[in-house]
Design a protein around this ligand. Structure first.
Ligand code: AMP
Length: 444
């Protein structure tokens, strides 16, 4: 199959040729004709599947072929993204695909001054990429009208709900014209996503492509059990032993990111960190420097790193396991991209056993454990397997361990064993997050 056979116009084909895209990915093969035909779409696809081009290419074509010229302070298509980095990345891709088309594109997000964004919107833009909060600010300040909107794209919709954007999405929904095309992309189809889709989409076509890396044949994954207090020491040891050149490291909290970066920098290691508390310019600079290999170790929280496309990344280290098991798949998906092989190493302490078990259940695999000599943990990590069982074998029965309690609390919130039946072909964690009805935004 070729892009031309999907009905794409010549200026888009030319842009794809420059980018070296030869064959449509499965999500592109399914999404492009459906979007061109004007259908609403509900697509289960995550970063790495080529989903951005899947929605952007037909969207650009429709905007070129149909509809009026964009009016002042208006947008004809809106792409909503959960994070600033993702908004930038999606915008960069859209701009590349649109390079031979007479369309304007722009990205808006918080953490930077709103005034230049208001100025830029004065003339209107054909495609606006936005994070939900800043979009609402611009709308409320009359810098943006949405009555000309032809298409709405919800990118990484599950992540937007995770980040507590459901209220913003409900507000945005009220601003939209009734007649429009809506495309929803999400790594999973949880109940909440289905409910969101029920409100926002009209007779959508469902597309599901296997999430990358679930089969794990391009990413070699293993776990190193270690005591919590020795994780940083183990990380430095493994880094030196393995002569790691470029590593993306995930830590659970902002403080965890800062502490590890301080420790590494203190040892003269070229490290930087990104998390939600850092100014946008600092985050982007750290990311750009990492992509350019000017920074060797980038430490990040999930909120800052989700969806990022970093080419040829050989190694991802989970300094902490993610609280939401599904984030494990996103994290390891930063490596082993585009047919390359990659490695994903998780440093796991006894406290994290329930998270490990949840990841194994979700990905239907028992992760290999490799004990690192001199780092064998005093607090043993109980055995786990893909069934979700945690086999606790405390050495001293009279002193039962309470480890893992925190993880269990989270587990109760989002794991539904019935949903992880071995016959299910795809990953479907269930999160009980009420749609359009959440409290203040969670920060990671
Ligand atoms: P995405 O899932 O949209 O984040 O895309 C992941 C990566 O795949 C990006 O670097 C894209 O530039 C690249 N990509 C998307 N579609 C294709 C294709 N058909 N052929 C080659 N590379 C692609």
């Amino acid at each position: 199959m070729t892009f031309a056979s999907l009905g794409l116009i010549e200026p888009l084909l030319r842009a794809l040729e420059t980018l070296g895209y030869q064959t449509p990915t499965p999500v592109q093969a399914q999404a492009i004709p459906a979007v061109l035909a004007g259908r609403d779409l509900m697509a289960a696809a995550q970063t790495g599947t080529g989903k951005t081009a899947g929605f952007a290419l037909p969207l650009l074509q429709l905007l070129t072929m149909e509809g009026p010229k964009v009016a002042a302070n208006s947008a004809r298509a809106l792409i909503l993204c959960p994070t600033r980095e993702l908004a930038e990345q999606v915008h960069a891709s859209v701009a590349e695909y649109a390079q031979h088309l007479p369309l304007t594109t722009y990205a808006v997000y918080g953490g930077v001054s709103i005034n230049p964004q208001m100025m830029k919107l004065r003339k209107g833009v054909d495609i606006l990429v936005a994070t939900p909060g800043r979009l609402i600010d611009l709308f409320r300040q009359n810098a943006l009208k949405l009555n000309q909107l032809q298409t709405l794209v919800l990118d990484e919709a599950d992540r937007m709900l995770d980040l507590g954007f459901s209220e913003e999405l409900a507000n945005i929904y009220r601003m939209l014209p009734k007649k429009r095309q809506t495309l929803l992309f999400s790594a999973t189809f949880s109940d909440d996503i289905r409910s969101l889709a029920g409100q926002m989409l009209n007779d959508p076509l469902s597309i599901e492509v296997s999430p990358r890396n679930v089969a794990a044949n391009t990413v070699k994954q293993w776990v190193v059990p270690v005591d919590k207090k020795r994780k940083a020491e183990l990380f430095v040891h493994l880094m030196r032993k393995g002569r790691w050149k470029q590593v993306l490291v995930f830590a659970k909290t902002r403080n965890g990111v800062d502490a590890l970066v301080d420790k590494l920098q203190g040892l003269g290691i070229n490290a930087d960190g990104i998390h939600g508390d850092k100014p946008q310019a600092t985050r982007q600079r750290a990311l750009d420097r990492f992509k350019a290999s000017d920074v060797q170790i980038l430490v990040a929280t999930d909120v800052a790193a989700r969806g990022l496309d970093i080419e040829d990344l050989p190694l991802v280290v989970n300094f902490d396991l993610p609280i939401v098991a599904e984030d494990y798949i996103h994290r390891i998906g930063r490596t082993g991209r585009a047919g390359n092989t990659g490695e994903a190493i998780s440093l796991v302490c006894a406290d994290e056993v329930n998270m490990l078990s949840a990841i194994e259940m979700l990905t239907r695999q028992t992760l290999t454990r490799k004990m690192e000599p001199d780092f064998e943990p005093e607090h043993r990590v109980p055995d786990t397997d893909a069934s979700g069982q945690v086999v606790k074998k405390p050495k001293k029965p009279k002193k039962p361990k309470t480890s893992g309690g925190g993880g269990k609390r989270n587990l109760g919130k989002w794991v539904d064993s019935g949903d992880a039946a071995p016959t299910e072909p795809s990953i479907k964690p269930v999160r009980k997050v009420p749609v359009f009805n959440t409290g203040p935004r969670k920060k990671k």
